[in-house]
Every structure is written in C-alpha cells, then in structure tokens.
Design a protein. Structure first.
Length: 104
C-alpha cells in the first residue's frame, strides 16, 4: 500500500480551519469530510482500470456512498427550507444544481 501524502500547505490550511472553527459548529465533521475526500481521491488515483476489489471492500464503498448522499441531501434540503417548511428563495440561490451530481 502506498503512503498518502498531504502537502504542508494542505496541512496548514486544515489546521488553520480546525483552530478557527473549533469554537464554531461542526468542526469535527469538516475534518472527517476532509479525510474522506482525501482518502477517496487517493484510492481513486491508485486503482488501475480493471482492478478487482474484495467483495467486502466494494460493500463498504457502496455503504459509504449512500451515507454521504443521505447527509448531503438532508443538508441541502435544510438550506432551502425554513423552520416552517416554506421554501426560502434566498437559500435556493446558494445551490448550483448544475454542478450537483448525486448517484449515477
């Protein structure tokens, strides 16, 4: 297995963000999302075309994908719907649906 490298600049940005956000919101979730994204990208880069993963590995990847999709969909919904259940038009402006791809 290859080592996963994080540049000093990436580490510096991460540590800065963690320090600033420690007192705010879900700083642990941001750190975990960074780790997931970094490791998934590294795995994607090192996999060769035609590589066959073990069944349990494929199952874990599929479960992870569904979990992330569920969280993102809920988070995006909460961004555009207010506490009364009404659609917040200003919240809709934050989302760029052209760039959003969920699933296949």
């Amino acid at each position: 297995m290859k080592n996963i490298l994080v540049s000093e600049e990436q580490l510096e940005i991460l540590m800065k963000n963690l320090t600033e956000e420690h007192k705010q919101g879900s700083y642990m979730a941001k750190q975990q999302l960074f780790t997931i994204a970094t490791l998934a990208h590294q795995m994607w880069q090192i996999m060769e075309e035609g590589d066959q993963l073990e069944d349990w590995m494929e199952s874990k990847i599929a479960q992870s994908e569904q979990s992330i999709i569920s969280v993102v969909k809920s988070y995006l919904y909460d961004e555009v719907v207010d506490k009364n259940g009404d659609v917040d038009d200003k919240g809709m402006d934050k989302l760029n649906f052209k760039d959003l791809v969920i699933g296949n």
